[in-house]
Design a protein around this ligand. Structure first.
Ligand SMILES: [Zn+2]
Length: 170
């Protein structure tokens, strides 16, 4: 039998794989992320450079890419934040700083909360994609607090993607 002759259903399943595909296999094993240096132990991820240094040299350690680095590599967002309105132009640097600060803060609790990209859409809006929905919600709350705009949240039907729209006129 040729290896190409896989049943259709298998391929279908693979294509619709959920974000669960990003949870590392062998969950009890201690692993480190080669890219961002997050450490996986006791079933959670830690962002701790000292822990990384202490762990990376231990024998038998798995060096992998963490779920956040995989999502960044694959551009597979869990949240999309759109900033619209004239305040984006007049407060661009402030907004970019706020986005970076929120990412740094979130990473302290959970290294899997990361920014994938910040881009402009050519019509004066900024579009921020994040690895998970929590960071997108944090950004929405922080922007509302700082700029008092209108913030709306929309979840996809499977709850795996949240769209956060932040709008303000001036
Ligand atoms: Zn990583």
């Amino acid at each position: 039998m040729k290896p190409m002759n896989k049943p259709y259903q298998l391929q279908y399943k693979k294509k619709t794989a959920s974000s669960d595909a990003y949870i590392p296999r062998g969950a009890s094993q201690v692993s480190v992320c080669e890219r961002c240096h997050a450490v996986y132990r006791n079933k959670r991820w830690y962002a701790d450079e000292k822990m990384y240094d202490g762990t990376v040299k231990s024998p038998g350690i798995s060096k992998i890419l963490c779920p956040a680095c995989l999502k960044i590599r694959d551009n597979f967002p869990g949240g999309i934040v759109t900033l619209k309105g004239s305040y984006v132009e007049s407060h661009r640097q402030e907004l970019l700083n706020l986005i970076r600060n929120e990412e740094d803060r979130a990473r302290g609790f959970n290294p899997l909360e990361r920014i994938i990209s910040v881009r402009e859409n050519g019509f004066g809006a900024l579009i921020v994609s994040t690895t998970n929905e929590k960071l997108a919600q944090r950004l929405g709350r922080a922007i509302k607090k700082a700029f008092h705009g209108e913030v709306n949240y929309k979840w996809s039907h499977d709850n795996k993607l949240v769209r956060v729209d932040c709008e303000k006129a001036a």
